[in-house]
Design a protein around this ligand. Structure first.
Ligand code: ATR
Length: 481
């Protein structure tokens, strides 16, 4: 179930939020601590105004609530609200037996016994959950993973506490995967917001339409992307839309990771079928792979990992994703020479791809030694980025691989002094923004342009094939263009 947390200051604000999100949610949680005093007094009518089950909650300040009020008054407001037809009431784990609990039991309102920790995942989380559930209540823990190992701990809850009615939420950025894969944790529900208001929160619309989190079942295959940062990756949208279009029972999740080792242990445990790899782990994953393709071996980095019998296999779809949009121009002989700006990981894959197709390459970089290293391996020339102007009029293709010009520094261009003749094909692998400063100057000179989004889409399509065995459905809007 997807549960919308209601944080309006009036009941009509909350009603509006329910209406706006109605098609994405199965229940809602009325947070009394956000309501004004007058509205709190009217809260009992709320369940009769909506057509879904409502959780009644009055969060204390120490548990993340937003109202400083005496415990006695808080309970009195809860008791009065319980006149309404709430399905559940949330009572914190350390609250002794009270009139709230008595009234709830008398009325058959199920109690959610909750524990919050904004600092960490408590060490004895499994026994804590068990104790919360002892009286037949629904045990709820909302805790804060500080590492990927903590996330793994939360995913093991289901095996440790099978058959216990529970709600398990990992808060903060590491917790995002637990909110999306709540069903795999055995959590009865996941909380969603109207829109993404805090780090780690996901909107109800995103959970329902993009992730289809409520469709996850025992047979749903898990895929994902590991990186740090990773939460703004466009890949989940692309892959989840593709899975949906071909009726493939799978979900693709962003995993914020701090340790590749923890992630591989998790991936074994959860039987993950495959995952994308982004900055800064494209080299770190290599030592966990039992099989790699020639590209991975020669480029020294891997952006896609898939499960094959008994081991993990690494492939690199970046290089092919890069080359595909310019392949026709290479085949026709239009591109024979190239300048590659930058000498990082991305540059290495690109230089390798160009050399593989016989293009003569010169690498320009701020730090000459890094350009030299890639140039030696790939048998090409190199120079300092300051000398870019020397190559004016003599290259067919210019590829920009540095982070210069990337959002938010959109007014920067790594080869400011370079004059385009208009005959160059200019390819910037940055995709945010689509039109970088370099590209807009090249466009003014009449150059043919290629965008980072083309590379992203092509490498993603290949990953999709590696994951599913099917082509990416051509009729789907991948969200990348
Ligand atoms: P990636 O894996 O995305 O290629 P990387 O390995 O960190 O990332 O490489 C970053 C590239 O951007 C390098 O070529 C870097 O130049 P240096 O090798 O001199 O560091 C380049 N780069 C980053 N910031 C730059 C800047 N302000 N000016 C010029 N080049 C820059």
């Amino acid at each position: 179930m997807i549960c919308l947390t209601l944080s309006g200051s009036t009941l009509s604000d909350d009603l509006r939020a329910v209406k706006e999100n109605r098609e994405y949610i199965d229940m809602c949680e009325l947070r009394l601590d956000f309501l004004t005093e007058d509205e709190q007094k009217r809260a009992s009518i709320f369940p009769s105004l909506v057509d879904l089950p409502v959780i009644l909650t009055f969060r204390r300040l120490q548990d993340g609530g937003c109202l400083n009020i005496s415990e006695k008054s808080r309970r009195a407001i809860l008791v009065s609200a319980l006149d309404g037809d709430f399905k559940y009431v949330d009572i914190e784990e350390d609250v002794k037996r009270s009139e709230v609990e008595d009234k709830a039991r008398e009325k058959g309102v199920r109690i959610i016994r909750s524990l919050h920790d904004f600092e960490k995942v408590p060490e004895d989380i499994y026994s804590k959950l068990y104790h919360l559930s002892e009286k037949g209540d629904i045990a709820k823990v909302a805790v804060t993973p500080r590492s990927f190992q903590d996330v793994f701990t939360l995913f093991r809850v289901e095996e440790e506490l099978k058959g216990v009615d529970k709600i398990v939420i990992g808060m903060g950025e590491y917790g995002v995967a637990t909110r999306i894969l709540y069903k795999k944790l055995g959590s009865m529900l996941t909380f969603a917001s109207s829109n993404e208001v805090a780090p780690g929160q996901i909107s109800a619309k995103e959970l329902k339409l993009e992730y289809r989190a409520d469709h996850v079942n025992d047979r749903t295959a898990i895929y994902g992307i590991i990186g740090n940062p990773v939460l703004h990756s466009a890949s989940p949208r692309m892959h989840n839309r593709g899975f949906k279009a071909i009726n493939f029972n799978a979900i693709y999740v962003p995993f914020l990771v701090d340790s590749v080792r923890s992630f591989f242990m998790f991936a074994e445990y959860m039987k993950i079928r495959g995952f994308s790899v982004t900055v800064p782990f494209k080299v770190d994953v290599l030592s966990y792979l039992g099989n790699v393709t020639r590209e991975v071996k020669q480029i020294g980095s891997c952006n896609t990992v898939v499960r094959v019998p008994g081991m993990w296999k690494g492939i690199n779809t970046d290089y092919y994703g890069f080359i595909k949009p310019i392949m026709a121009d290479i085949d026709s002989g239009r591109i024979k020479t190239a300048l590659v700006i930058g000498a990082g990981g991305a540059s290495h894959a690109i230089v390798w791809a160009l050399r593989n197709y016989g293009v003569k390459v010169t690498i320009l970089n701020r730090t000459l030694s890094r350009a030299e290293t890639i140039a030696r391996i790939n048998l090409c020339d190199y120079d300092s980025i300051e000398n870019a102007s020397r190559y004016e009029g003599s290259v067919d293709l210019i590829v920009q691989t540095t982070s210069v010009g990337l959002y938010p520094e959109v007014d920067q261009n790594p080869i400011e002094a370079f004059h385009f003749s208009g005959n160059e094909i200019v390819y910037d692998i940055i995709y945010k923004p689509k039109m970088t400063k370099l590209l807009s100057e090249a466009e003014k000179a009449g150059c043919k342009l290629h965008y980072g989004s083309e590379m992203l889409l092509e490498q993603g399509k290949l990953q999709f094939e590696a994951f599913t065995g099917y082509h990416y459905p051509h009729w789907v809007d991948s969200g990348l263009e």
